[in-house]
Design a protein around this ligand. Sequence first.
Ligand SMILES: [Fe+2]
Length: 300
Amino acid sequence: MELVGKSALEFDLYDGKGKLLYKKGETLSADTLLKLNYINIYRKTEGVAPKPKPVEVYSRPKPLIAEKTGNLLIKGSRGIFDGTFNGEALKYNECAEVSGIILNEVTEKYEKFHSVEQLRVFDEYTYSHNVNVSSISVLLGIKLGLKEPELEELAIGSFLHDIGKMKVPREILNKPAKLEKQEMVIMRSHTFLGYKHIKGTLDLPDRIARIALDHQEKFNGKGYPNGLTGEDINFYARITSIADVYDALVSTRVYKKGMHPHDAIGIILSEENASFSPEFLDKFIRLTQESETRDEEEGL
Ligand SMILES: [Fe+2]
């Protein structure tokens, strides 16, 4: 890459949406240069920002989760989330079965994956999102050096992070347009409602239930529901929030097409030091980079 080896930028750098990422004259660290490989960046002098790649031209890499296993995970997610929607209590065995499969799959495939996309499953977002956020959280957890007991906690807690959305009216949850102020208040209550539902129906330690409560908090204190900052935000929730935003960006929804993974990472990085733990974010980027390097090494 042309920029490597230069310490100060000779031009402003923008992301694919036209947002200024780095200013002319700014000194870029090796880590930043590394990250720039993953952003759809451009220089104003080069003209118009390249458009994010439409999902149609993105050839999805070969999945590593077998179709049968993927179907089983979706079925489990559907049963648990629909059950909550119908007013049922969570059942520990059902939740632990799904999160256990996720943990096994990700641990087993950690050395083999080339792209996070290979570990995502595809179905209705309401059900696939829970599975994918858990898988990506576990991936990041492994990268952060977590071991089995913590990974198990992370897997189940991140799988249930959005369970409170099942307590939000579906017309608000699936509204294909911007939410009104009052609707937004109801939508945001999913964090608290989820925490309460987990605490009320499962005998899990508070640190696991708090993933649901804290996953919308931002590192800079601008999140909700409590505006917590930095390490006051639950440890697992700081991991889950990165996985949550990534999966939301690359997923196709009723109102938008899924974004290319590189563009999604570009957006996540443009909020660097604001929304996410810089340390966890750095590991997430490295996770993506190392897995893709294997493609080159193996000539794929
Ligand atoms: Fe989510």
